[in-house]
Design a protein around this ligand. Sequence first.
Ligand code: PBG
Length: 322
Amino acid sequence: MLRPRRYRQNKVLRDLFQETQLHLSNLILPVFVHDQVESVDIPMLDGHQRLDEISLIKYCELALSKGISTIAIFPSIDNEKKSSDCLEALNEDNLMCHVTRRIKKTFGNDLMIVGDIALDPYSSDGHDGLVKDGEILNDETVQLLAKMACIQAEAGVDILAPSDMMDGRVLAIRDALDTNGFNHKLIMSYTAKYASSFYGPFRSALNSAPKSGDKKSYQMNIANRVEASIELDLDVSEGADIVMVKPAGLYLDIVSDFRNSCGLPIAAYQVSGEYAMLKVAAQANIFNFESALMESLLCIKRAGATIILSYGALEVADMLNT
Ligand code: PBG
């Protein structure tokens, strides 16, 4: 008789039969930067700060020393630089481009940079697209995003990551990159990005919450699974190199669907609210933070993700390195 407990008798056997491993090389660490002389704590995201430029460089060194070699940079833009036309996004010397040049000069190809392509950090309306009479303009936004991607690519961003959910943006970004000499730059598309409640700490970090309305006219309905396959087909045909599911932990059915129907690398974003929940629950002694974090990430990987973005990447590195 097959007795599955035979697989679990001792640690060596358990390890022998372990199907999924977390590797540091598959993790991406999201980082926040601002244009101030000192770093400032992000209260909802314990352990994370809006970093000043010098601290950002040190943080990159720290990440590399622990084995994390890809970061996703999110710039916190000063309020006076936000506008309804979001033109700061196209400023070649904006904070994102500036810190990217600095990081690339210091670390070259040892550290890969992911650049977020969406207008919300630059928008006085707090939306990912241009807003007119309460509507989010699709095609006008896409034109801007394509330019934004080229500007970030020029500054040295390695992986362009459209997180805006406008229709047609991957194609427009791919075309713009290719015609401007950037055919080697990767696109990691936020393919199935849901209108989730779990983005709160991120929006507080960037002060980027929508000023009116919500993001439901562009981010996906949380109740929908089949519709994600439409987004997937489009992003594959438009030229995405990596397709992402976001959030991660509550959306493992989507991760698994993507794995089963697509050969591209799949990324999953364990978002700010997922990470904050782990922190708060651990502080309330509901569980041990490290083991819960590890479980959450292993399960995302088991569902089929190759790449995981997590605010806990450095903490996982400490666990795997000891
Ligand atoms: C914005 C963007 C968001 C996140 C990544 N890019 C927030 C949003 O869509 O409102 C969320 C990430 C997180 O919560 O960790 N384009």
